[in-house]
Design a protein around this ligand. Structure first.
Ligand code: PLP
Length: 440
C-alpha cells in the first residue's frame, strides 16, 4: 500500500548527508520506482537523473534481478562468510575478475564503497609488509576525491566538509594531489587536452617522503562526487608510470565508474591504464542489495599466500562479505551489464548527453559543464556567501519539473540509467534548464 507522506512520522530517522530540519519541514518521499522513474506519494513521476546514487544503471524493478533475489531468499538466505563458502560468491568473483583488466584476478567482497576503500587500503599496507617493505605506510589521495566515509576513505579523500569535524583522527601519513580541474578550461567536452602535468605532483610527494615510505596512491579515475572531474589526457598514464617506477601500488576507486558508466566495464579500460587494485560497489548489484569489493592483481593475492597453510592470511572481513542475496543480485545484474549491447548503448547515449548538456553553456549562472561516458556535471555560480543554496533551489525546482536531480555544493551531477531513451536524456536537460532559470 502506498503511504502518503503526511502519515509518516519523519522525526526518528536521521537522514545521511541531508539538512534534516529543512527536509522534515517538507519531506520529499518516493514510494515506488520502475524503469527510469521514481513515483512520489502524490503519484508524481520523477526521472532518475543519477541512477539512484549512481547505482541503478539498469533502472528499477528489474525483473531478472527481482526473480533471482526471490529464489535466493528461499534457497540460501545467508551463509557465514568465514571458513565456509557458497557457490554464488565464487561465481560472482569469477565474473567480476573476467570483466576486469587482465592481471586483476582476485576479488575480496565488502558491503559498500566505503568498506571497499578501507579494505583496499588495508590490503595495500599488508601487501608491503608481507613483502618485507613494512616502511611503506603512507597514502596519497587527491583533493576533491571521495572515497566514502570510513576513517581510511575520509582521510585519503579530499572533501573539506566531510573531513572538517573529524580532523583530529584523520589517518596519519596522507598527502593529496591537486584535483584535476585545477587551472583547466571550462566547458570542455570529454577529456581535457591540458593538465597532464598535475600528475607530476606525485613525483614531488615521492621525493619528499622517499618512495620506501609510500604504500599506495588512490584516485577515482573520474572524480564523481565532486562533480564529474574528468582526468586530462595522459594524466592517469603518468600516475601509473610514476607508481610503477617507485613500487607504489595504484588503486582506482571505481565505485562510480565501474560496470559500464564510461562505456567500458571499468574506467581503467576506457583510459587504457591498469591499476593494481580496483574498488567497486554500487552498480555491481544495480543498487538493489548493498555490496562492494576490491579486485587485486594476482601478485598481490599471491604475496599473501605464504606461511602455514592453516594460517589466516588477511585478518579482515565482514559478516556480510559475499552475502548470498547480494551475490545473486550481482550475478543477475552482470548478466545485463556485461552485454556488449549495453556498453554500446552507453557510448551512444554519451553523445546524446554531451550534446544536450553543453547546450546549457549560455544559461545564466552556469560556470562550467563537464562530461564523460554517461555522466555530466553542471556547475552553477554560488549565491554570494551562501554556497550550495542556489543548487538546492534547482533541486527543489527539479521536482516540480519532474526530475530527481543530485546536487553537491553548487554542482548538479547527471548520470541517467543506461536504459534511458535519447528523448529522455534530452528532456532531462530541458527540465534542468527550466529549473536553473526558475531558481534564478
Ligand atoms: N568511493 C567512491 C568513488 C564513491 O563515489 C562512493 C560513494 O559515492 C564511495 C566510495 C562510498 O560508497 P558508499 O556510500 O557505498 O560507502
Amino acid at each position: 500500500m502506498l503511504e502518503p507522506s503526511s502519515d509518516l512520522n519523519v522525526e526518528p530517522y536521521w537522514l545521511p548527508f541531508t539538512p534534516n530540519r529543512y527536509f522534515k519541514r517538507q519531506p520529499k518521499i518516493v514510494v515506488r520506482a520502475e524503469g527510469a522513474y521514481y513515483e512520489m506519494a502524490d503519484g508524481k513521476r520523477l526521472f532518475d537523473c543519477l541512477s539512484g546514487l549512481w547505482c541503478c544503471p539498469l533502472g528499477h524493478a528489474h525483473r531478472g534481478i527481482a526473480d533471482a533475489l526471490a529464489r535466493q531468499v528461499l534457497e540460501l538466505d545467508y551463509a557465514p562468510a568465514f571458513n565456509i563458502g557458497h557457490p554464488k560468491a565464487f561465481r560472482l568473483a569469477e565474473r567480476i575478475a573476467a570483466m576486469a583488466p587482465s592481471g586483476l584476478t582476485h576479488v575480496f567482497f565488502a558491503n559498500s564503497g566505503s568498506e571497499a576503500v578501507d579494505s583496499a587500503l588495508k590490503i595495500a599496507l599488508a601487501y608491503h609488509r608481507y613483502r618485507g617493505e613494512a616502511t611503506r605506510t603512507r597514502f596519497v589521495g587527491r583533493e576533491r576525491g571521495y572515497h566514502g566515509v570510513g576513517f581510511g576513505g575520509m582521510s585519503v579523500g579530499g572533501m573539506p566538509a566531510n573531513r572538517k569535524m573529524f580532523s583530529p583522527l584523520m589517518l596519519p601519513g596522507v598527502d593529496h594531489l591537486s584535483d584535476t580541474r585545477r587551472g583547466g578550461r571550462s566547458f570542455v567536452r570529454g577529456q581535457p587536452q591540458t593538465g597532464v602535468e598535475l600528475a607530476d605532483e606525485l613525483e614531488r610527494i615521492v621525493a619528499l617522503h622517499d618512495p620506501s615510505n609510500i604504500a599506495a596512491v588512490i584516485v577515482e579515475p573520474v572524480a564523481g562526487s565532486a562533480g564529474v572531474l574528468v582526468p586530462p589526457v595522459g594524466y592517469l598514464n603518468r600516475l601509473r608510470e610514476i607508481c610503477t617506477r617507485y613500487g607504489i601500488l595504484l588503486i582506482f576507486d571505481e565505485v562510480i565508474t565501474g560496470f559500464g558508466r564510461l562505456g567500458t566495464h571499468f574506467a581503467a579500460q576506457r583510459f587504457g591504464v591498469t591499476p593494481d587494485l580496483i574498488t567497486f560497489a554500487k552498480a555491481v548489484t544495480n543498487g538493489v542489495v548493498p555490496m562492494g569489493g576490491v579486485i587485486v592483481r594476482r601478485e598481490i593475492y599471491d604475496a599473501f599466500m605464504t606461511g602455514g597453510e592453516r594460517a589466516i592470511e588477511l585478518f579482515h572481513g565482514y559478516t556480510y562479505s559475499g552475502h548470498p542475496i547480494a551475490a545473486a543480485a550481482g550475478l543477475a545484474a552482470l548478466d545485463a551489464l556485461v552485454q556488449p549491447a549495453t556498453l554500446e548503448r552507453v557510448r551512444l547515449l554519451e553523445q546524446v548527453l554531451e550534446n544536450a548538456v553543453h547546450s546549457l553553456v549560455r544559461e545564466g549562472g552556469v560556470l562550467d559543464v563537464r562530461n564523460i561516458g554517461l555522466a555530466a556535471a553542471v556547475e552553477l555560480e554560488p549565491d554570494p556567501g551562501q554556497p550550495g543554496l542556489r543548487a538546492a533551489r534547482v533541486f527543489d525546482r527539479g521536482i516540480a519539473e519532474g526530475v530527481l536531480l543530485r546536487v553537491t555544493g553548487d554542482t548538479v551531477a547527471l548520470a541517467p540509467p543506461f536504459i534511458s531513451t535519447d528523448e529522455e536524456v534530452r528532456s532531462m536537460i530541458e527540465a534542468l534548464r527550466r529549473a536553473i532559470r526558475a531558481a534564478g
